[in-house]
Design a protein around this ligand. Structure first.
Ligand code: TXE
Length: 490
């Protein structure tokens, strides 16, 4: 049994109450590890350590090029342990090894990206009236509270930790209670490369105790959270006490718009990838496919034909194309949505069941599922299901497509498939979402900003925008003629 401990001030720690939480393999339902169940006490301690470490200047005052050298070493270690990290991710999250390996490579690339970026020019001078010279400089924010979900346990952590450390902050990080395996390996790497103690601290525990403490505590200067919109709303309120800086990446119900003039097979192929990659447990999943009415029936038939061929199984089987859901609880939530869809009168044209044949009965597998003939008032069209369940809607024309695309509370991502370049760009510009694609889906780059409009969140991860999140901006005005201002006569 793997015994997982928290990492506070450079020490591996159990929780003060000695409690443990079981960690499962979602493909088999087996317990694979036990993690220390952190409490508010450990969260407070980690925050105090991060605060003192920040104030000591041991990290924040280090030359950017020196901080970068740690980040480059971390990236090299991620590459060195790539196959171990990918196996751990597959074992704990369930995703196929192929997907986990992509995540690991991306995680290393993200550390390298921010290691490079932090040494590039970062301030400006601007011209104001003589005799003043004005400068703008960037500084770290302080203690960053980072809370991540279970769908990309390693990669989501790195999207936050890499820019936060590059900018000179200290960190209190909480992984999802469901997926602590790769986070622990990442912190082992931090220890191995000699990251000064107290710079990066990891606490485990539930969202309502430890997560809430990180969001509320006044010594935390910034909160960065990825997870559900409901939790995001709670965190936003909890963070008001000391007006924390905030970055929230929340849910989505992203439209994937297919016009009749699109390359048909390409559109079907990407639509499958858009929803079933990660078993649909992806914030940017193309969970609403909008198809022009002249090709609607043909599209549904072909999509269903392809969906039925997806090879579902345990992630460590090289033939597996789609893995299980992350937990029993989450599988049940997704199955509940499938029932809701049936009750709402949507036409179930593919899947809809838990999979129990071929030795899958102990895991949390759901068939690739498709609902057709849906309408915008249905809950399965409006709410994030976060599983291998897609709804296929019909639209008449460009105007109708845009209005359907924007008809949910979310605004994370969206895509357009068309061979008419002007139309594709025109429609994409009208989608109220932060991440969009034309004739492709899911491309994500460390260089490009990631985040949502509307209830999909606040702020941006990745790219230069992702570094901005973890920096304060200061103006410095220097008087070049030192003499009294003479504003008051006496
Ligand atoms: O996520 P939560 P859950 C969506 C998806 C899913 C739903 C619920 O629709 O069905 O959210 O999933 C911590 N204060 N997404 O319940 O609650 C928690 O410990 C502070 C979309 O698993 O958002 C974990 O570390 N922290 C999403 C993290 O928040 C709290 C990815 C995520 O958990 C907290 C995951 C609290 N009060 C789910 N409550 C995406 N955008 O990719 C929980 N947490």
């Amino acid at each position: 049994m793997i015994d997982l401990k928290m990492y506070i001030n450079g020490e591996w720690r159990d929780s003060s109450n000695k409690e443990k939480r079981e960690v499962m393999n979602p493909a088999t339902g087996e317990v694979i590890a036990e993690a220390a169940e952190g409490t508010v006490e450990e969260a407070k301690e980690a925050i105090q350590v991060a605060k003192e470490t920040f104030e000591s200047g041991i990290w924040s005052d280090l030359a950017p090029v020196e901080r970068a050298s740690y980040l480059f070493k971390i990236a090299d270690k991620i590459d060195e342990y790539a196959s171990e990290l990918a196996s751990l991710e597959t074992m704990n999250n369930g995703k196929p090894l192929r997907e986990a390996s992509f995540d690991v490579a991306d995680a290393a690339a993200c550390f390298r990206y921010y290691a490079g970026l932090i040494t590039k020019p970062d301030g400006v001078t601007y011209s104001v009236a003589d005799p003043v010279q004005a400068l703008v400089v960037r500084e770290p924010v302080g203690v960053c509270g980072l809370i991540v979900p279970w769908n990309y346990p390693l990669l989501m952590s790195v999207w936050k930790i890499a820019p936060a450390l590059a900018a000179g902050n200290t960190v209190v990080y909480k992984p999802s209670e469901v997926t602590p395996l790769t986070p622990v390996k990442l912190f082992e790497i931090f220890e191995e490369v000699g990251l000064p103690k107290g710079v990066a601290n990891m606490v485990f525990g539930s969202g309502v105790t430890v997560g809430n403490e990180i969001a509320e505590n006044h010594d935390v200067n910034l909160i960065s959270f990825t997870g559900g919109t409901k939790t995001g709303r709670h965190i936003m309120k909890a963070a008001t006490g000391n007006i924390k800086k905030m970055s929230l990446e929340l849910g989505g119900k992203s439209p994937n718009i297919i016009f009749a003039d699109a390359d048909f097979e390409t559109a079907v192929d990407y639509a499958l990838f858009g929803i079933y990659a990660g078993s649909g447990q992806v914030c940017a999943a193309g969970s609403r496919i909008l198809v022009e009415e002249s090709i609607y029936d043909k599209f549904v038939d072909r999509f269903v034909e392809r969906a039925k061929q997806i090879n579902v199984g345990p992630g460590n089987d090289p033939d597996t194309e789609m893995g299980p859901l992350v937990s029993k609880e989450h599988m049940e939530r997704v199955l509940e949505y499938i029932e809701i869809g049936k009750q709402e009168g949507a036409r179930l044209v593919c899947g809809g069941n838990r999979m129990i044949d071929n030795d899958l009965e102990n895991g949390y597998f759901i068939e690739p599922t498709v609902f057709a003939d849906v309408n915008p008032s249905m809950r399965i069209v409006q709410e994030e299901i976060f599983g291998p369940v897609v709804v296929i809607e019909k639209f008449k024309d460009e105007h109708d497509a845009i209005s359907l695309a924007n008809s949910t509370a979310y605004g994370l991502a969206g895509a357009v498939f068309s061979n008419d370049g002007a139309k594709a760009l025109r429609v994409t510009k009208k989608i109220r979402a932060g991440i969009t694609w034309i004739n492709t889906y899911h491309n994500t780059y460390n260089e490009a900003p990631w985040g949502g409009y509307k209830q999909s969140g606040v702020g941006r991860a990745l790219g230069t925008y992702g570094l901005d999140t973890y920096q304060e901006i200061k103006q410095i005005n220097i008087n070049l003629q030192v003499e009294p201002i003479g504003w008051f006569s006496k």
